[in-house]
Design a protein around this ligand. Structure first.
Ligand code: NG6
Ligand code: CA
Length: 504
């Protein structure tokens, strides 16, 4: 390429933030329940994650990278729509027969990429509902991802601790035999239906709370189902399936550009890694699932290398919420934890608006474009919609992605680039909130109904008295020392900002 042309392309990119050369492929890899401290490159010492460590070494590792909520469904809702989930009712953890939560016609990260000329796919955990008013398991499962911008999907419909254990391939359950229809419900279909209560002694992995409905693969689930035997999968094979399907799809779209949302199920419960990963760590299946997730990332990196796409592909690695140890099964996560700190130095984890609930691993890599390093800028999964729209030069309709901020320069590590100046964190239903502004953190703690029995940490954390608490994160990353009485003005200003964001 002649030098003046190269200079023009570089300067047009740097000045406008949009890309004059062919836009890159984009892969968002979202882990499930992966905590800030769960990876080698984020300080984990008792397990190895060589592939993700390499990704981080070749890219930008964020120390203030967040997801927007401390459970799955709301984080995924806001990642796709660029809108905080608390703004729409019913966006807490979706049940097995939950309807599609994102209406057809909504602008999503996928529809934006499609508009930019990208091939788009989601492969892995969905957990945003299917169908209207409920999934038609034996018919067409729509609306779903294909009605909001994805060309292709290959999914686990909710989470693997919820029924049914079948793949949804585009609009249908894969390998479903019409002579053996699938039935899914929230009550046992008859009194002889074996459940995790009636057949507890037969379980391969016992439950601690919930997860005592229908038994599949020796594991009790949330909810009940019958039929669809030929369509059912083994928990152990999920990671392989995501990798195989993703590699095939990437290869088919190698001429690009493509957008792949790789939504891993690791390391959500039931933690049942493939046999070849079982026992790989001293941390039990929770650790082994982290190693399995790391393997998945490595396989995708290998595919990009093989197809010579690494320099033309932006990878974003993130998590959907912070860590949890006992999330309803006896899998040894608590007993085998040892010195491992799943949330790093932070308090709380899944379900919490303390930092451990949403501050999670966040890495961008685009070989030859993103300067390797560590960034302290605040970025969030909710920002990817606006940022990737900017990257691909796609116009955002005025009323869409309202909470998504274009932090593209920060994601790409451009010198002097700033991330967010404020960040709202929500719990599952938007009952409690966190607000980070610079080094300060406000917590609005309301008691959620039906409080979770999950064990998120073995460290105890004493919540501050009262509705609000104020923390100074550089001195107090674990949010122990409530400074609200000493800083009433700061606290009032942050309460006003939080109220304004909620009302906006
Ligand atoms: C909870 C489940 C938990 C997990 C969570 C959703 C019980 C007792 N607990 O209700 O196991 O499934 O929902 O996790 O059933 S998430 O990562 O998909 O948000
Ligand atoms: Ca999750």
């Amino acid at each position: 390429m002649r030098l003046p042309i190269l200079a023009f392309l570089l300067s047009s990119f740097c000045l406008s933030g949009t890309f004059a050369a062919p836009p890159p492929n984009i892969i968002v890899i979202m882990a499930d329940d992966l905590g800030y401290g769960d990876l080698g490159c984020y300080g984990a010492k008792t397990l190895q994650t060589p592939n993700i460590d390499q990704l981080a070494a070749e890219g930008l590792r964020f120390t203030s990278g967040y997801c927007s909520a401390s459970t799955c469904t709301p984080t995924r809702f806001s990642f796709l729509t660029g809108t905080y989930a608390f703004r729409q009712k019913g966006t807490g953890v979706a049940p097995p027969n939950g309807p599609a939560l994102i209406q057809p016609g909504t602008t999503t990260i996928a529809s934006l990429m499609k508009q930019a000329g990208y091939a788009t796919a989601v492969i892995g955990k969905w957990h945003l509902g299917l169908g209207d008013p409920k999934p038609d398991w034996n018919g067409e499962l729509k609306p779903g991802p294909l009605e909001i911008g994805f060309d292709h999907c290959h999914l686990l419909p909710t989470t693997n601790d919820r029924v049914p254990q079948v793949y949804v391939h585009d609009h249908r359950v894969l390998n479903l035999d019409p002579k053996d229809p699938l039935w899914v419900g929230d009550k046992a279909p008859d009194e002889n239906h074996p459940t995790g209560i009636t057949h507890r002694s037969t379980l391969r992995m016992d439950w601690t709370h919930g997860h005592n409905g229908t038994i599949h693969n020796g594991i009790g689930r949330i909810g009940f189902y019958t039929g669809g035997m030929a369509a059912r999968f083994r928990d152990e094979d999920l990671a392989d399936e995501w990798v195989k399907r993703s590699n095939t799809w990437i290869e088919a779209h190698k001429d690009g550009p493509f957008f792949l949302f790789f939504a891993a199920h690791d390391i959500h419960v039931p933690r049942m890694p493939h046999e070849r990963f079982q026992g790989k760590t001293k941390l039990g299946f929770r650790g082994d699932c982290i190693v399995e997730f790391d393997w998945c990332v490595g396989e995708i990196m290998k595919t990009l290398d093989r197809l010579k796409l690494a320099e033309n592909t932006l990878i974003v690695l993130c998590s959907d919420n912070g860590p949890v140890l006992d999330d309803g099964y006896k899998d040894g996560a608590v007993e085998k934890l040892g010195s491992h700190q799943p949330a790093g130095a932070f308090s709380g984890g899944k379900y919490s608006v303390l930092e451990g609930g949403t501050r999670t691993p966040f890495i961008t890599r685009w070989k030859g474009r993103v300067q390797p390093g560590v960034s302290e800028q605040v970025v969030c999964t909710i920002d990817l919609a606006s940022s990737l729209a900017a990257l691909t030069g796609t116009a955002l309709p005025e009323t869409s992605c309202r909470d998504s901020i274009n932090v593209l320069p920060a994601l790409l590590g451009e010198p002097g680039a700033k991330g967010r100046d404020h960040l709202l964190q929500q719990d599952n239903n938007g009952v409690s909130f966190g607000l980070r502004m610079g080094d300060w953190k406000l917590v609005r703690h309301k008691k959620a109904k039906g409080k979770s029995q999950a064990v998120v940490s073995v460290k105890s954390h004493k919540d501050a008295e009262g509705l609000h608490a104020l923390y100074f994160l550089p001195d107090d990353p674990s949010e122990e020392n409530d400074l609200s009485a000493k800083n009433p003005e700061k606290m009032q200003a942050m309460i006003a900002k939080l109220d304004a964001l909620i009302a906006a």
